[in-house]
Design a binder for this molecule. Structure first.
Ligand code: AVJ
Ligand code: FE
Length: 434
C-alpha cells in the first residue's frame, strides 16, 4: 500500500470508530460527565477535529482556520477533564459538523501532498500522527463507555474464549544488548525515538499476562490485607481508595466475584488477562508471586529482540502489520481474549500476547530516550517526562493497530485503572549465568 492509500485507510477507520462510539448514545449522554476522570464524549469529539484542524488544515495545508475561536476550549492543557462539562462546548450536532468540515479539507490537503519537504510532511508523518491521535481518543472514549452507567450500547463479536496450551509459564531472556526504540519507523512518535543500544542482564518473564484466575488467588490469599506486599505509597493508596479487587469487579456476597463490562454483568473468565488494575496493585501481586514487574527495556527486549539475527522487530511476530490471527486490537472485541489464543503472535522466545488484550504496566517511569527531540509539539511527550507516570506497553483490545507497535509507549499515573491495564511479571535469573 502506498502512503496515500495507507493514510486514507487509517483516517477513515479512525472516523468510523469515533462515529461508532458517539452515535450509539443520545445528545444528553454525549454531554454528560460519566466520571470526573473523563471528558464528556462531545469534548473528545470536537478535540479530535480541532487537533486535525491545527496540524493538517492549518499547518500542513497552510489553509485558513475553520474555527480559531474554539482552540482554547479544546486545548487539553487549558481545562482539566473534570471541568470540561461546564465549558461552552459545541453541541453534539455542531461538533459533528465541525469534524466533517475539517475532514473534507484534509482530503483536499492530502490530494496535494507530496509527503516530502518539511519533517512534518515526510512520509505522511502528520497524517499518521493525527490518525494515531484520533484512535488514542477512541480508546479513551471506550474507557468512558466502560465508566458510564446504564444499559449496554456497544456490541462486538466476543473475544476467543478457548486458548491453546502454553509450553512454558516463563521464558528466559538471555543477557546482552538489544536495540530499543526506533529511528526509522516513519510514524513513530517522538518519545519512541531514537534507536539506542541497551544492555539488559538476563531475566525471566511470564509467557502470558497475569490471568483473572491467578489474580483471584492473590485476592483470596489476603493480597489486599497484607501491607508487606505493597509499596508504602501503594498501601497508602489502597487504604485511601478502599481498593479490594480490580475496578468493575463486584462481590455477590456469596463469595463469588462478577464484573461489569460495558453495561453487562458477567462471570469473571479465569483465563482472561486481569484488567483495570493500577500500578500499585500490579506491584503487590508481583511481590506476592515472588516476582517483580519488568522494566520497560525488559518488556521491549522480550517483545522485539530476535535471538537468531540480533535485530529488533517491529512486533513480536515480525515486521508485518497485526491481523486478527496475531493480536486482539482495534476494538474488534470488547475485552481481552483468553491466554493462548494467539500462538502465531508470540515472540521468537515464546512470549505471548505482548501486543493487544491489555496494556501492561512496567516498573519504569516515563523518561526520554537518548537523542530525544520534542516533535512536533512539547505537549505530546516532553512535558510529562519526570512526572509521576509509569510506562505501559503493548496496547489493549481497545487500541487501534495504527497506535500500537513494539516501540509504542503509553504512560499514566500509578493509581489509574479506568484504562485497559493489566500486567505480566518478571524476575531476575538466579546467578545471571545464562
Ligand atoms: C499517550 C494516552 C497518555 O490520552 O493523555 C491524546 C495521548 N495525547 N491527546 C493521553 C494523547 C494527546 C495520551 N496518552
Ligand atoms: Fe488529544
Amino acid at each position: 500500500m502506498g502512503t496515500r492509500e495507507k493514510i486514507e485507510t487509517v483516517l477513515t477507520r479512525a472516523r468510523e470508530r469515533t462515529a461508532g462510539l458517539t452515535d450509539c448514545v443520545d445528545g444528553e449522554d454525549l454531554v454528560a460527565q460519566h466520571s470526573p476522570l473523563m471528558s464528556p464524549l462531545v469534548w473528545d469529539l470536537a478535540h479530535i477535529g480541532n487537533q486535525e484542524e491545527l496540524w493538517l488544515v492549518r499547518d500542513v495545508g497552510g489553509r485558513e482556520p475553520v474555527r480559531r475561536d474554539i482552540d482554547e476550549l479544546y486545548d487539553a492543557f487549558k481545562h482539566s477533564r473534570n471541568s470540561r462539562p461546564s465549558l461552552p462546548l459545541l453541541s453534539p450536532d455542531a461538533a459533528r459538523d465541525y469534524i466533517r468540515t475539517v475532514r473534507d479539507k484534509v482530503w483536499d490537503v492530502l490530494d496535494r501532498s507530496t509527503f516530502r519537504g518539511r519533517p512534518l510532511e515526510e512520509n505522511g508523518f502528520a497524517f499518521g500522527m493525527i490518525a494515531q491521535h484520533e484512535q488514542q481518543h477512541a480508546e479513551t472514549m471506550l474507557a468512558t463507555h466502560q465508566l458510564r452507567s446504564g444499559a449496554a450500547v456497544l456490541t462486538a463479536e466476543s473475544a476467543p474464549r478457548v486458548g491453546g496450551a502454553i509450553a512454558e509459564d516463563e521464558v528466559v531472556v538471555p543477557s546482552g544488548e538489544f536495540t530499543m526504540g526506533t529511528s526509522d519507523d516513519p510514524w513513530a512518535l517522538d518519545n519512541e525515538r531514537t534507536a539506542h543500544r541497551v544492555d539488559v542482564p538476563a531475566f525471566v518473564i511470564d509467557a502470558v499476562p497475569v490471568t483473572n484466575a491467578r489474580y483471584l488467588e492473590f485476592v483470596d490469599d489476603g493480597g489486599y490485607a497484607r501491607p508487606e506486599l505493597w509499596s508504602e505509597r501503594g498501601w497508602a493508596h489502597r487504604l485511601d481508595a478502599g481498593l479490594e479487587a480490580p475496578q468493575f469487579w463486584e462481590n455477590d456476597g456469596c463469595g463469588t466475584w462478577w464484573r461489569r463490562r460495558f453495561g453487562v454483568t458477567e462471570p469473571i473468565h479465569p483465563q482472561e488477562p486481569v484488567v483495570h488494575v493500577c500500578f500499585f496493585e500490579a506491584e503487590a501481586f508481583a511481590r506476592w508471586d515472588g516476582k517483580r514487574l519488568p522494566t520497560e527495556a525488559e518488556w521491549e527486549k522480550a517483545a522485539r529482540w530476535d535471538p537468531f539475527t540480533g535485530r529488533s522487530r517491529r512486533f513480536p511476530w515480525g515486521d508485518a502489520e497485526p491481523d486478527s490471527s496475531l493480536a486482539n486490537l482495534g476494538q474488534r472485541h470488547l475485552g481481552p481474549a483468553v491466554v493462548g489464543v494467539y500462538p502465531s503472535g508470540a515472540s521468537p522466545l515464546g512470549v505471548h500476547q505482548l501486543i493487544g488484550d491489555v496494556w501492561e504496566w512496567t516498573s519504569s517511569s516515563f523518561e526520554p530516550y537518548p537523542g530525544f527531540a520534542a516533535f512536533p509539539y512539547r505537549e505530546y511527550s516532553e512535558v510529562f517526562f519526570g512526572g509521576d507516570y509509569r510506562v505501559l506497553r503493548g496496547g489493549s483490545f481497545g487500541t487501534d493497530p495504527v497506535a500500537c507497535r513494539g516501540t509504542f509507549r503509553n504512560w499514566d499515573h500509578p493509581i489509574r485503572r479506568q484504562i485497559f491495564s493489566g500486567f505480566r511479571c518478571a524476575r531476575d535469573l538466579p546467578g545471571d549465568d545464562y
